[in-house]
Design a protein around this ligand. Structure first.
Ligand SMILES: [Zn+2]
Length: 276
């Protein structure tokens, strides 16, 4: 029997889970294109960077099709052999990038499937609002000729996932609502909400450990040291705030005195051992 699942954070919302030599990816985004592309131009994904840091993978799960979750998925399908699972918009965007139907599965909340050693369950998620709105949402443009504008990566819906292998489970949960949340050994969350917002989710999931991701400025390239992302504006708080993971961790420990929270180092593999 292989040992526990290994977890590797890839920057932004990207995660790699490895078990028994098989790999499953979630939202890998290594290209980290400059901020100016929000307004101008059509960036090319950085295939070379993806191949430098990632190994062949069986599966790639997409939480939602925004550029910082989907842009590198075509490379992962084409060059690393992964089958992609995501929403209808995600599927259209992958087809536009020349990925074949046989490598794409459209999924919905309530679906579950097995990919090698990984059991995957699909749940609905909820995107964080930025100044009250969710950017780049709705129907895709009729013409999708890559390289795409960042605003072409439009979201239709958002998913959360529970991935289990070798008797351990990792829940990548994207909404402060605990509705439908299953129990899991490890809960993976993003820094865009306050620690208190996760209270009812933690009560339901009862994780042994929590891992914090998606706090880093994904417009800053990988060769620079990671720095926090500007936090979405919130009513009653100062306008300029950074998603400082250490500040989040301090708030987390105050909110959940029993709760263990980990801020992973980028690309460092850590073994998940639920007995520890
Ligand atoms: Zn998004």
């Amino acid at each position: 029997m292989p040992d526990g699942m290994n977890f590797r954070w890839l920057g932004a919302a990207g995660v790699e889970l490895e078990y028994g030599g098989e790999r499953l990816l979630v939202d890998p985004y290594l290209s980290r294109v400059p901020f100016r592309y929000i307004f101008f131009g059509r960036p090319h994904p950085n295939r070379e960077l993806v191949l430098r840091h990632l190994s062949p993978a069986r599966t790639v799960l997409i939480t939602h099709p925004h550029f910082d979750h989907l842009m590198d998925v075509p490379t992962v399908c084409r060059d690393l052999g992964a089958t992609a699972y995501g929403s209808s918009n995600a599927s259209v965007l992958l087809l536009a990038h020349g990925i074949s139907y046989s490598k794409i599965q459209i999924i919905h909340p309530g679906n579950n499937f097995q990919e090698g050693p990984f059991s995957v369950e699909v749940f609905s998620g909820e995107h964080n609002r930025i100044a009250g709105i969710i950017p780049h949402t709705g129907r895709l443009p009729k013409q999708l000729n890559p390289p795409l504008k960042l605003s072409d990566f439009r979201m239709d819906c958002m998913y959360s996932y529970r991935v289990s292998a070798g008797g351990q489970s990792v829940l990548l949960w994207n909404t402060p609502s605990p509705e439908g949340a299953p129990a899991a050994d490890v809960l993976v969350i993003t820094a865009s909400r306050r620690p208190e917002a996760w209270r009812s989710v933690v009560a339901k999931v009862k994780p042994k450990a929590v891992i914090l991701i998606h706090w880093d400025d994904f417009f800053s390239p990988l060769e620079r040291p990671l720095r926090p992302m500007l936090a979405p504006p919130r009513l009653g708080e100062r306008l300029i705030r950074w998603m400082d993971p250490h500040e989040f961790a301090r708030g987390w420990v105050t909110t959940f005195p029993e709760g263990r929270i980990y801020i992973p180092d980028i690309f460092q593999s850590v073994e998940i051992n639920s007995n520890r």
